[in-house]
Design a protein around this ligand. Structure first.
Ligand SMILES: Cc1ncc(COP(=O)(O)O)c(C=O)c1O
Length: 394
């Protein structure tokens, strides 16, 4: 369609252009210092992220995946243990459990939020014999129901590790920052995250000094003191160039979050005006066949790492193609729930085991939501979706 704006799912160039002078100076500072691994730049970022997440300890590491590995290792998760997590999330959540020889035990999600469902968690945990931890994910930037999950974890006597890879700065119903509620929180600074590095980067956060100390040793091959190893750890260090870039960007994170929230509210209004309902209503119940994300309630802070709509499965892929033809980038997060991934077939949870996770995989589509998205671009996206769904519904 000539004349229509092109709208990528994410465009990081405007962010870099706006901060170029500051970021280039920060990179030059590290290059000048010739100190590339850990060191003062990383320590400064750790302090800043700890303050931002309202925890006492933060440790930079090489990725969100390594953050999960460090957390599980520090809690003593090992071969034969079980760790409960949602079936609908990025692979790394469960991959890190399996990588340690432990068994991911999948629970279903709440269809309104895509987050771990407490009822399913309770039910699945009942069948566990060696449950070592619960690993909720704050998917798309919205906190999992932490108060309910804390009650369950307390009853079971197991710790919570939070996968906050998509949720830096989001808050739960009690206003607590993602990653600060459980024993350990895991962050990712993958470039497409709301705070993105110029490569792979991650962090573990905690309020427990002993656990933080254990993770800091595990991060460097289990080495303490130098060249003495009481445990076998990882090489999971954060490099100083990433930390320097992240420190510049962190100062702008709240403004960017405000931009994402404003864009989400604009989409919500456009879809509501076209007779769509929010995600708390089942898809089958009349109006435009689209559900936009459930609005945050109470003290909840949704940071909209992704803005994910739900449409009937039979229309989803056609809608994606229609938007692609109009120059609009979208993504399916995620097309296959984890219990149906080939590598987890050995766990024996087949089709229909976790119906909400399976329906989400068939019905969801992520739209452009980045802060620099213009009003014209957003109207083009929302209008293209509404016209397609109206025609399909006629
Ligand atoms: C929910 C979730 N967990 C874990 C990760 C892993 O993070 P990373 O890519 O930094 O290893 C990601 C991001 O990619 C994620 O979205």
């Amino acid at each position: 369609m000539s004349g229509s704006p092109t709208v990528p799912l994410l465009d990081l160039k405007p962010q870099y252009r706006a901060l170029k002078a500051e970021i280039d100076a920060a990179i030059a500072r590290v290059v000048e210092s010739q100190q590339f691994i850990l060191g003062p730049e990383v320590e400064a970022l750790e302090k800043e992220i700890a303050a931002y997440c309202r925890v006492s300890h933060a440790l930079g590491c090489s990725s969100g995946t390594d953050a999960l590995l460090l957390a599980l290792l520090a809690l003593g998760v090992k071969e034969g243990d079980e760790v409960l997590c949602p079936a609908y999330t990025f692979f790394a959540t469960a991959g890190s459990i399996a990588r340690l020889g432990a068994k991911p035990v999948f629970a279903d999600i709440d269809p309104a939020t895509f987050n771990l469902d407490p009822e399913s968690t309770r039910q699945v945990a009942r069948g566990c014999k060696k449950l070592k931890a619960i690993l909720p994910v704050h998917l798309f930037g919205q906190c999992a129901p932490m108060a309910e999950l804390e009650t369950i974890a307390r009853e079971l006597g197991v710790p919570i590790v939070e996968d906050a890879a998509q949720a830096l700065g989001s808050e739960d119903t009690q206003g607590r920052r993602a990653g600060s509620v459980g024993k350990i929180g895991c962050l990712s600074f993958f470039p497409t995250k709301n705070l993105g590095a110029f490569g792979d980067a991650g962090m573990v956060i905690a309020n427990d000094a002993a656990l933080a100390e254990r993770m800091s040793v595990l991060r460097v091959h289990g080495m303490k003191p130098k060249y003495y190893h009481q445990v076998v750890g990882l090489n999971a260090r954060l490099d100083a160039l990433q930390a320097a870039v992240l420190r510049v960007k962190l100062k702008h994170l709240d403004a960017w979050t405000g931009g994402r929230q404003a864009n989400a509210a604009r989409y919500d209004r456009a879809f509501a005006a076209a007779d769509a309902k929010d995600g708390s209503t089942a898809l089958a119940t009349g109006g435009l066949p689209l559900r936009y994300p459930q609005r945050p309630t109470g003290k909840t802070r949704h940071i909209y790492n992704q803005y994910v709509i739900r449409v009937p499965a039979m229309l989803r892929d056609g809608l994606l193609q229609h938007l692609k033809a109009r120059g609009i980038g979208t993504e399916i997060y995620y097309p296959v729930p984890l219990h149906l991934q080939e590598c987890f077939a050995y766990l024996g949870q087949g089709q229909a085991a976790l119906p909400h996770a399976e329906a989400a995989a068939r019905e969801t589509l992520a739209l452009p939501i980045y802060p620099e998205l213009s009003g014209t671009q957003l109207v083009h996206v929302a209008g293209s979706i509404v016209s397609f769904l109206r025609a399909a519904n006629a």
